[in-house]
Design a protein around this ligand. Structure first.
Ligand code: SAM
Length: 211
């Protein structure tokens, strides 16, 4: 299996995804995120706070905890829970001691979490080879009324995987309101030296509220 980012974006199913992140967890922060100047978690955190997002927050596909770390760095003090189906990634996240609860769960299935969230955030999870729009209803089911969402969706899969249609349908059904899209760069300039195929990747941050 191909290592790192290239391998991640070509994943073909949940078992391949789990195996990939088991091998990638140890080097994810110092290798991938540092070398590629991975900006996305900070963009999502800023968008969430800019929309006056409040906790308790659920970080979806939390990985090693970079999004929660960005929120904390920006002064956010409300409780944050992590959900991810990779125990290896969650172990790295736990070491940072910034999460209240860490839950090993597959978000493509209905969630059994007992807390109801005022904010739901995600960076890097809705991308090629990862999670599609079928997860959105599961997230809405654990959201408080008017909960603020800030979810990054890679530009490559926005239409291809049907995120555009899924969000439009949720709006038409009045299950979400106030949809706003912010386009951002996923990586900084240094990424061009490391991986020219993905260095220019862009993502849409979907900001919306639960009805
Ligand atoms: C690219 S990483 C992003 C991690 C972190 N949010 C960040 O921005 O660094 C994608 C994460 O999604 C998780 N993931 C992929 N499919 C998942 C699923 N079906 N349920 C829960 N987590 C999933 C992976 O285990 C991985 O930690």
């Amino acid at each position: 299996m191909e290592q790192g980012l290239k391998g991640a974006l070509g994943l073909t199913g949940p078992e391949a995804c789990l195996a990939h992140y088991r091998d990638w967890a140890a080097s994810y922060d110092q290798g991938f995120a540092t070398e590629m100047q991975y900006l996305l978690p900070a963009h999502v955190a800023a968008a969430f706070l800019g929309a006056q997002g409040q906790g308790p927050v659920l970080d979806v596909g939390a990985g090693t905890g970079l999004l929660a770390a960005a929120l904390r760095q920006m002064g956010f003090e409300d409780p944050i829970d992590a959900v991810d189906f990779s125990s290896a990634m969650l172990e790295r996240a736990a070491e940072k001691r910034i999460y209240d609860g860490l839950f090993q769960t597959d978000i493509t299935q209905p969630l059994t979490l007992t807390r109801r969230y005022g904010g739901i955030v995600s960076s890097g999870t809705f991308t090629a080879g990862h999670v599609g729009p079928t997860a959105l209803p599961h997230l809405l089911a654990v959201a408080r009324p008017q909960a603020q969402f800030a979810l990054s969706i890679n530009r490559r899969v926005w239409s291809l995987a049907g995120f555009d249609d899924a969000l439009e349908a949720l709006g038409a059904q009045k299950r979400i309101t106030d949809l706003q899209l912010i386009e951002v760069e996923v990586y900084g300039a240094a990424a061009a030296q490391i991986d020219s195929a993905h260095a220019g990747d862009r993502a849409l941050i979907a900001l919306f509220r639960a009805a």
